[in-house]
Design a protein around this ligand. Sequence first.
Ligand SMILES: Cc1cc2nc3c(=O)[nH]c(=O)nc-3n(C[C@H](O)[C@H](O)[C@H](O)COP(=O)(O)O)c2cc1C
Length: 210
Amino acid sequence: MNSIIEDLNWRYAVKQFDSTKKVSDSDFEVVKESLRLTPTSYGLQSFTALIIESNDLREKLIEASYGQRQVADASHLIVLCSYSTIKNEDVDSYMQLISNTRNVAMEHLEGFSNTIKGTVNSRTEEEILNWSTRQTYIALGQLLHTCASLRIDTTPMEGFDPAKYDEIIGLSERNLTATLVCPVGYRHEEDSAQHGAKVRKPLDDLIQTI
Ligand SMILES: Cc1cc2nc3c(=O)[nH]c(=O)nc-3n(C[C@H](O)[C@H](O)[C@H](O)COP(=O)(O)O)c2cc1C
């Protein structure tokens, strides 16, 4: 079987992690680099991936995740957060990054900068959050596949209360809103979910050529 398809069949949404197994630092570096390489709209990267190391915080997050223990039991916990607002300074920092990375003069980036600022400033705060949130789903997809190819388990999670996450982690003061949660680690041998056959529509239902 093609190795990509093997990876994608190997992974599943883990319900129970083995809390004794830890992802190595070297593998976790790959996971972080995969997040960094996520493509985003305009390349603006208006999200932050928070790695929650504190066991105390992770225990508190179980209730805010409707009792889903994966947030505390997995080796690592990643909370993908969208920028709640995008300021002109964020765009300016991005232009500076392009300028430094590609050795382009800032004045050559003015048109691009104005295009992004025009888009950002014409949107309401709700639209901006919605837009940034969509970027985090791209990061999640890439994260799931990267982990699977390293034979690291994950649970993509929307089942949590963002307001409680905000309160517990203190996200508002960082201009962040939690949009997705992804515990990362190793499946427990007793997690029965690993034995379920993949439930997916037949190709012809999902992909249509017209
Ligand atoms: C965006 C998103 C949110 C999800 N939220 C949860 C969740 O909160 N808890 C959970 O156990 N599974 C969650 N899942 C897992 C899905 O139920 C699972 O991916 C789907 O049923 C397909 O099964 P598989 O991933 O095991 O192949 C989520 C999946 C995605 C993509």
